[in-house]
Design a protein around this ligand. Structure first.
Ligand SMILES: [Fe+2]
Length: 247
């Protein structure tokens, strides 16, 4: 086929990241009401990754600066709330680190309010906090963000529904077509029991979404630290959201 390097077959595919049974929730989960609108009514079709997907342009490492990973220094003043460091590794199915992968995070401020046009619940915006950051994993697959512990927020799923505190994570693999999205939670959150998004994940995999307090990540008199590894495939895999699921 024209356009392919000599000797490279157009049939080349790379391993895909299929939804694994026992890790991911059903796409239609009645307690999470809006899944009824999003869940596909036809069987999913797996699109193999071919050369087009794996050789397409990436963001480019030079566009990501160290300051992008510190959500507390993006404005003139410091944001309100508990400063935290969130760090961990991105691992493939056999524990191999995944280097140079772009991780983006987004979250509400310490009062539980997103800086977003559709979030208008009565909590204050923080002029010193946008709530978005990004970084690339290093050669050991490690990432590190400095941010503010997000607050819980109400949502309209059911009467008095509140989301446990969480940070949204997006991972790009070696190509944009490999984007995966998930959420990280905090240990001991009292809102887990009533959250259908968290509870739609099978119980074993649910625990993998909860970060771990890590004293070694804290900074004396400055910030607390939470560790969270993301496993892309295999028995220890992290749950990933279906496309369009971004609450
Ligand atoms: Fe959220």
């Amino acid at each position: 086929m024209a356009g392919h390097p000599r000797g490279v077959s157009s049939d080349l595919t790379v391993p895909s990241y299929e939804r694994q049974p026992g890790v991911n929730p059903p796409l239609d989960f009645p307690e999470y009401r809006s899944t009824a609108l999003r869940a596909p009514h036809q069987p999913l079709v797996l699109l193999p990754h071919r050369l087009t997907e794996i050789t397409g342009p990436l963001l480019g490492a030079e566009r990501v600066t160290p300051a992008d990973a510190d959500l507390t220094i993006q404005h003139a003043g410091e944001p309100l709330g508990q400063r935290i460091t969130v760090s961990g590794r991105v691992l493939d199915s056999d524990g191999r680190p995944v280097p140079d992968t772009l991780i983006e995070i987004w979250q509400p401020n310490s009062a539980g309010r997103y800086r977003h046009v559709v979030d208008n619940h009565p909590a204050p915006l923080d002029p010193n906090f946008t709530g978005a950051g990004r970084c690339l994993t290093d050669s050991e697959g490690r990432y590190r963000f400095v941010t503010i512990k997000p607050g819980s927020y109400p949502w309209g799923n059911h009467l008095n529904a509140w989301r446990p505190a969480h940070i949204h994570f997006s991972l790009f693999g070696r190509a944009f077509a490999q984007r995966l999205v998930t959420q990280m939670y905090f240990p001991g959150d009292p809102l887990f029991f009533q959250d259908p998004i968290f509870n739609s994940v099978p119980e074993l995999a649910r625990q993998r979404l909860i970060s771990r307090f890590d004293l070694s990540l804290t900074e004396p008199e400055v910030s607390l630290g939470f560790a969270w590894d993301i496993v892309l495939r295999g028995r220890g895999a992290t749950f990933f959201e279906p496309p369009g699921d971004r609450r």
